[in-house]
Design a protein around this ligand. Structure first.
Ligand code: C5P
Length: 238
């Protein structure tokens, strides 16, 4: 596999084409952004930690029957993935109230949400990733209704798998964001799963162990990511 030109640079990852038209290379950078990119900092080891974290989770999900784009790790901060036709939507599931749900509805943080909620956001930086719904996705053709329905089903299946994985490590999966694409007609999980795109709290103390440490200036961001990894069995030195 040969790494070729950059296709796209996001806030925390860069995407490169390879000599195989079906495969892309993801490079996890140390850049950490919040508030729609208004705050950006470099956090040492973050690219490596998130790359290995994501690889571990994607492999767990694959083993549990979730189709993912992940192929293999290439280096400490790079991995190879299938080239998907991405849907421009973010699928968010919440088990406990936090973040934008709390701000939007004026509810308390930390309420157990039964059943868990499902929200869709449009991937559009200029518009600040607005909240949308299934009707808007269909009307504007952002995804085929059957593909969106499958993405929703997979998002909830991921919830069952990961809630248990993190609970076994003494943590609560508060919420998370997933992105999907289509490969040979099949809806496949894309992007990444790392503490950048989910909320994880210690089950006893409710200490925040995710990107909210960066958003809220709590410090110890990467140390928390490494702690989460350690609790679920990731060896970052491997
Ligand atoms: O900000 P909000 O509460 O809507 O975020 C819900 C979940 O989705 C959080 O875990 C957050 O980290 C994640 N998210 C993300 N990327 C975004 C928006 C939200 O990873 N652009």
């Amino acid at each position: 596999m040969e790494k070729r030109e950059a296709l796209y640079a996001g806030k925390a990852k860069s995407v490169f084409v390879t000599d195989d038209p079906d495969l892309l290379l993801l490079e996890f950078r140390d850049d950490t952004s919040a508030f729609d990119g208004k705050r950006i900092e470099q956090l040492a080891r973050k690219g490596m930690v998130n790359n290995k974290f994501n690889a571990f989770i994607m492999q767990k999900l694959k083993a549990a029957g979730i189709p993912t784009h992940f192929e293999r790790l290439v280096s400490d901060n790079e991995c190879l993935v299938k080239r998907l036709d991405m849907m421009p939507v973010e699928c968010v599931v919440r088990n406990i109230s936090a973040g934008s749900l709390v701000r939007r509805l004026g509810i308390e943080e930390g309420l157990e949400l039964t059943p868990p909620t499902f929200e869709l956001f449009l991937k559009n930086d200029a518009m600040g990733d607005p909240l949308i719904n299934e009707s808007l996705v269909e009307t504007f053709g952002w995804a085929e209704p059957a593909h969106l329905a499958r993405a929703k089903e997979l998002t909830f299946q991921v919830n069952d798998i990961l809630k248990k994985l993190f609970l076994d490590g003494g943590m609560l999966l508060v919420d998370y964001k997933l992105e999907f694409g289509v490969f040979n007609g099949e809806v496949v999980l894309g992007d990444e799963f790392s503490p950048d795109g989910c909320r994880l709290w210690d089950a006893e103390t409710r200490e925040k162990l995710d990107k909210d440490r960066f958003r809220q200036g709590l410090g110890g961001v990467i140390e928390a990511y490494e702690e989460v990894g350690r609790r679920i069995g990731i060896d970052f030195t491997a």
